[in-house]
Design a protein. Structure first.
Length: 561
């Protein structure tokens, strides 16, 4: 496991259930789970929690975990989503049992079971408009009204259902409903819809079907077909469980049956987790696609520089709860910062450069200084970085009239250039707008490592890049997409009203040390004193693009005060 040993947790309530089932040899001691996404969007960090839970439990108990696409709504589904979901799961470090499964592969069996329910007097075809059916269902505190078609003869429902399947009726003309209990306080048990007519091509079955099963009907039956033992889902399906069990009651013979268990979904502060809202951001071009690094999608987090290990750590840290709660997004940021601190090489990058000329350093001369790649990694090694007469430092590291506790560069002040010399600012030059264009320093030539003054202490240490050897790069500084902790929780406002106008700043003229010239997409680094950054897929030969993953420390809490 990637999780620190000193933070291991006790058994959660799902593990306790599984342990008890194993003790009682339930389902012959088999442990078989599944991750069942609907292919109607990209997966987000909430799905990552479910992926880690389901695949993690299967791994822990030497069981199996299926990937099954619950593809019962062709209006919203796409092969693009199927492929992205597979990529995300594998990137997180998990493999599903055998090939991926699809609910659409079971359409024949689901249809046959629906026919069985009609023959058993437990389902009927209803021709009323959806608005009237919804009205008849009533409210939880008052019984619903039976459909006039509820006692329709079995033969008639069978004939109409077959006609629905054969394409004899228009979309929405009629539906198949289960006959359960119109007076149940659980609205899901009031004769729920099993099938609807939809003349829409399916991404796998093409135009073979024009009726499609509803999720509540298909889901539990698919679990049964696959031999699932523990159907772990999020808390909003708790009220669906009686219906899940009712449908299984109609087909199960023998001792085996799946068990649905609900856990609290992940709610993350400063984030929206609704697929519908995320799709809205994409379609309205408020973000640059599903993998925009500001999005909470797994592909967005990956592009931003999050690691699979950090997301798995985060999922284990937050644990499995029985009741909904909100997790501070700062914990997710801490998890990636913690992992990158362990693995990311340290490098020099100047994001807002101003030139420094070291006037007593020989013109045309350069040398190399040795720097440790990562002090947290015993095997990280070191690298050689060129130093020359002209260097770049961060513009914010110089002040013309610095306050007393400003320990960076200013007139008459000394600072150490990390790994190199102590320099003293002697003068500077401005342009017509008053902006600093060049800073002039002298170096203590004995202050470099190995020199007589190497041990001399000064209060400030700056990173730098040799101007002669620097490579150019574009750096995209990403921040949280929303300013409000619960952007979707305001009834009187649109969640988009809380978007952070400074969630992306593009810095087009950054200077990087030359060791970064041959980096690959996805590689992560710590830009010293600045944060963690990764190489973006937009990088091309001669044009490097880096994304900021997270700053070195959590600066957000300070901004809220």
């Amino acid at each position: 496991m990637d999780f620190p040993e000193n933070e291991k947790q006790s058994l959660n309530f799902i593990e306790q259930i599984i342990e008890e089932d194993l003790k009682n040899n339930k389902n012959e001691g088999r442990i078989h789970l599944r991750f069942p996404p609907e292919p109607n969007g990209y997966l987000h960090i909430g799905h990552a929690k479910s992926i880690c839970l389901n695949f993690g439990l299967a791994n822990h108990y030497n069981g199996l975990c299926n990937l099954r696409f619950d593809d019962t709504n062709p209006e919203k589904e796409d092969v693009e989503y199927v492929e992205s979901i597979m990529e995300d799961i594998q990137w997180l470090g998990f493999e599903w049992d055998k090939e991926a499964y699809y609910a659409s592969d079971y359409f024949e069996q689901l249809y046959d079971w629906a026919v069985k329910l009609i023959k058993d007097g437990k389902a009927y075809v209803d021709e009323q408009p959806q608005s009237l059916i919804s009205e008849q269902r009533g409210v939880p505190t008052r019984p619903g009204i039976n459909s006039p078609y509820r006692d329709r003869p079995v033969d008639e429902s069978l004939r109409l259902f077959e006609g629905m399947k054969n394409g004899e009726f228009e979309t929405g003309a009629m539906i198949l409903r289960a006959k359960i209990d119109m007076s149940s306080p659980n609205m899901h048990m009031r004769d729920p819809i099993m099938y609807r007519i939809l003349h829409q091509e399916h991404h796998r079955s093409g135009d073979k079907w024009c009726i499609y099963p509803m999720y509540d009907y298909a889901h539990g039956q698919s679990d049964f077909i696959e031999g699932i033992t523990h159907s772990v889902c999020t808390l909003e399906f708790e009220i669906h469980r009686p219906l899940y069990d009712w449908f299984l009651d109609q087909i199960v013979e023998g001792d085996y049956r799946p068990r649905q268990i609900e856990f609290a979904r992940l709610n993350l502060s400063y984030t929206v987790m609704s697929k519908r809202k995320l799709l809205q951001l994409v379609e309205e071009k408020l973000v640059n696609g599903w993998d925009d690094p500001r999005m909470p999608t797994i592909s967005g987090l990956r592009r931003r520089g999050y690691t699979p290990e950090s997301i798995r750590r985060f999922a284990e840290r937050i644990g499995v709860a029985k009741r909904d709660n909100v997790i501070d997004v700062g914990l997710l940021e801490f998890s990636v910062r913690e992992h990158l601190n362990e693995k990311a090489p340290r490098v020099f990058a100047v994001l807002n450069p101003v030139k420094v000329v070291i006037t007593n350093y020989p013109e045309g001369q350069s040398e190399e200084v040795e720097l440790i790649n990562n002090p947290e990694d015993p095997k990280g090694g070191s690298r050689m970085v060129p130093f020359s007469r002209e260097i770049y430092i961060e513009r914010d590291d110089f002040m013309e009239d610095p306050p007393k506790k400003f320990f960076r560069m200013g007139p008459g002040r000394e600072v150490r250039l990390k790994g190199a010399y102590i320099v003293k600012c002697e003068d500077f030059k401005k342009d017509e707008n008053g902006a600093i264009t060049e800073i002039y320093c002298t170096a203590d030539m004995d202050s470099k490592s190995g020199g007589a003054g190497a041990s001399r202490k000064v209060k400030g240490t700056l990173h730098w890049v040799s101007a002669q050897h620097a490579i150019d790069a574009e750096v995209r500084v990403y921040d949280r997409l929303f300013l409000d902790e619960d952007p979707a929780g305001h009834k009187d406002k649109d969640f988009k009203d809380f978007m952070n106008p400074e969630s992306l700043k593009v810095l087009p003229a950054c200077k990087l040390e030359p060791s970064l010239a041959s980096v690959q997409t996805g590689e992560s680094f710590q830009f010293q004193r600045l944060g963690y950054f990764c190489v973006d897929k937009d990088s091309t030969e001669g044009h490097l693009v880096f994304n900021r993953t997270v700053p070195l420390r959590d600066s957000w809490s300070k901004r809220k005060k």
